[in-house]
Design a protein around this ligand. Structure first.
Ligand code: ADP
Length: 402
């Protein structure tokens, strides 16, 4: 069975075609700059060279068409006809309280995703464009929606309610939802496998540290708290996002800097975080080399980030009454021995310490704590596409004649 995994962003489409017997992608790629000049498609058939195809992609509809054509191309394609695609899995960012798991897409589900768009105006509409485009081109192929928020729907009210009048929760759904759910779930599952235990017996803290960063407390298989909130702006300081700040700063800045609501939104999402503090870059690689050259603000940005992550780890140990494993994933978590060491330095009281030699690993699943540590530390590369493909396969295998 072959599953086409689609992740539509506002100006990009990332995709993979995965063979579910081997769980290996036959091809992967992306289109970028949709709707702007210079849009292009990148396609990498597994084991072959990447093909770069500049082309005019004005919208997601055309984007999906172009990708499916490329997958069937005589020279670099990997399938002969669209009939070979058995099911399609879509990443959908916001499922609100309605979607607690992945679902087969029907008109009712599409209406539900549309209804959640008010909470994710930049994300859910392009997700829906992708679903509609696939439906037009492959009307009989089953499609599944996999939500970033679904895994966190097990959070209890004490973790997800804000200190706002309760009516605001009832009226607008103003509460914490959390994101990166597929990633947190996947790396926790792999950690449990590596420990030869069941997730339902473990307390795991997963640190997804990329441009966007979030931490989750997974107690006995369920997300009980996570650092992102109503939007992905809450929680840790990130590449360009402020993370948690005193809410009173918002009206203060609007008044003093003469900002409108969309301007302050942009300011906190795009111009803050480690970019704002360092004044240099949102990329930790740039900050690490600048700090090595003695740049104080880059050093400060790194220190603040590591401090916040450590504080969340401590908070989640308290929330779960202990911890069995800590997992690092995503761009920074998978690739920065320096940052992992900095974050874990001082966690010895928990019963863990990083093994410097093992910590040299990059982009590969490995335990990095010292041998006799009672709390294990892992690096586990995330694979959100595989989670989407597995959920799609599990939902669709019942309805597809194989
Ligand atoms: P996104 O949230 O966009 O998916 P990624 O998970 O790809 O982000 O993470 C990207 C970030 O990871 C980069 O901005 C950079 O800060 C960090 N990163 C990637 N590789 C390294 C590395 N070798 N050393 C330090 N940081 C890295």
């Amino acid at each position: 069975m072959k599953v086409f995994v689609v992740n539509c962003g506002s100006s990009s489409i990332k995709f993979q075609l995965i063979d579910m017997e081997t769980e290996i992608p036959l091809a992967k790629g992306q289109i970028e700059r949709i709707g702007s000049e210079g849009s292009f498609l990148k396609l990498t058939p597994t084991g072959k060279y990447t093909v770069d195809l500049p082309m005019d992609v004005p919208n997601h509809d055309v984007g999906i068409r172009v990708i499916l054509d490329a997958l069937q191309n005589k020279d670099y394609g990997v399938i002969k006809t669209l009939e070979e695609i058995d099911a399609i899995g879509h990443r959908v960012v916001h499922g609100g309280e309605r979607f607690t798991d992945s679902v087969l897409i029907t008109q009712e589900v599409m209406d539900g995703i549309q209804a959640c768009s008010a909470m994710a105006p930049l994300h859910n509409p392009p997700n829906l464009f992708g679903i509609k485009a696939c439906m037009e081109l492959m009307p009989t192929t089953p499609q599944v929606a996999v939500f970033d928020t679904a895994f966190h729907q097990t959070m209890p009210k004490i973790a997800y309610l804000y200190g706002l009048p309760y009516e605001m929760y009832v009226k607008y759904g103003l509460r914490r939802y959390g994101f990166h759910g597929t990633s947190h779930k996947y790396v926790a599952q792999v950690a449990a496998e590596m420990m030869q235990e069941h997730m339902s017996d473990l307390r795991i803290i997963t640190c997804h540290l990329g441009n966007g960063a979030s931490i989750t407390a997974i107690k006995y298989g369920k997300s009980i708290d996570t650092s992102m909130g109503y939007t992905p702006l809450e929680g840790l300081i990130m590449g360009t996002r402020s993370g948690e700040i005193d809410p009173a700063i918002v009206p203060f800045l609007m008044e003093k800097e003469n900002m409108t609501a969309p301007q302050i939104d942009e300011y906190l999402n795009k111009r803050s975080g480690i970019l704002g503090i360092s004044g240099l870059s949102s990329d930790f690689r740039d900050l690490e080399s600048a700090a090595n050259r003695g740049d104080e603000r880059s050093q400060l940005a790194i220190d603040i980030f590591a401090y916040k992550v450590k504080k969340y780890i401590g908070g989640y140990v308290a929330a779960m009454g202990g911890v069995d494993a800590i997992v690092f994933t995503a761009g920074l978590g998978e690739n920065s021995p320096f940052m992992r060491d900095k974050i874990c330095n001082g966690l010895e009281y928990l019963g863990t310490r990083i093994d410097q030699e093992r910590n040299k690993v990059r982009g590969k699943a490995q335990e990095i704590s010292v041998k006799r540590a009672t709390v294990k530390i892992f690096v586990i590369p995330t694979n959100e596409e595989l989670v989407i493909a597995r959920d799609t396969y599990n939902i669709c295998k019942r309805i597809i004649k194989l």
